[in-house]
Write a protein that binds this ligand. Structure first.
Ligand code: ZN
Length: 287
């Protein structure tokens, strides 16, 4: 099942895809909640009920839909750094022996086709294509053997990164460089686990203005998804709708000669097998 969140005057609502259309779950079945996080809180039974609603409900007018990130308001945006060995090498950093974990604030989240805003105070904004894991059932101290039961689905993510702020300011603490507003595009859909199958074998691509700059496969992840869910959950309780960026493959702009950074007018596309294409134009942030 493919689920989206879309914008309305009264807030975000969740809908499921049927053919070329979307069906608002709560309009189709008033027992289902209107938002993605509330739906995920219902667990697998909620998703089963959503599947039935998608088949039964009236389609929405597609032209009127403005997509948000599948989870527009996650409690936590957890990110893994250096999770592809060849990206660690191009970053001139050692291959990690434990996951490198950092975060973005929820204010960085944005959706498919919404602009990435280039801050005036950075001139080194870089791109990173990433598989994003969406947590369904929450939990603490989740054993690795049960970790996949806590995953509701996956979406395409873009870990936009201001390298000057990430690496040279704030004493090298990554947070600020990673969490400017709009630096966490996700979408277009949350694809549920049953439709994805093995998320450890998905092609990942990033195109800048049509040119492929990153291409790898999630089979190259140093720490697989189950280990990441287990590892983070030993520290903090995972909640329904929390999102986990799993790290980027090689080919980022700062490692190229000459270096490539995003500029106004660019179009960045993250394409992940079975998950669709997340496209975002790049514009200047007007303070
Ligand atoms: Zn990243």
């Amino acid at each position: 099942m493919r689920l989206i969140s879309y914008a309305t005057e009264t807030g975000s609502r969740v809908a499921g895809r049927r053919g070329d259309y979307y069906v608002d779950l709560n309009l189709a079945d008033p027992e289902l909640p209107p938002t993605m996080r509330e739906l995920l809180r219902l667990g697998p039974a909620g998703l089963d009920r959503a599947r039935a609603a998608v088949q039964a409900g009236q389609p929405l007018e597609p032209r009127s839909l403005r997509l948000l990130a599948p989870v527009p308001d996650p409690e936590k945006v957890i990110c893994i750094g250096l999770n592809y060995a060849d990206h660690a090498a191009e970053s001139r950093l050692p291959t990690p022996t434990e996951p490198v974990v950092f975060n973005k604030f929820p204010t960085a989240v944005t959706g498919h086709q919404s602009p990435i805003l280039l801050p005036a105070i950075s001139d080194q904004v870089d791109y990173e294509a990433e598989l994003v894991v969406v947590i369904g059932t929450g939990g603490r101290d989740i054993p690795e053997s049960q970790a996949m039961q806590h995953v509701a689905g996956y979406t395409c993510g873009h870990d936009v990164s201001a390298r000057d702020w990430q690496l040279h300011k704030s004493s090298g603490q990554w947070l600020l460089g990673k969490t400017f507003d709009t630096f966490a595009p996700m979408g277009p859909y949350l694809v549920t686990v049953d439709e994805v199958g093995d998320a450890g074998a998905l092609e990942v691509r990033l195109r800048l203005n049509g040119q492929t700059l990153q291409h790898s496969n999630t089979s190259q992840l140093i720490f697989p998804i189950a280990h990441l869910v287990h590892y983070v959950s030993r520290v903090c309780t995972l909640k329904p709708g929390d999102v986990l960026f799993t790290g980027t493959p090689p080919g980022v702009g700062m490692a190229r000669k000459p270096r490539i950074f995003l500029k106004p007018g660019d179009l960045v596309e993250v394409e992940i097998e079975k998950l669709g294409v997340l496209a975002n134009p790049v514009i200047e942030h007007q303070a």
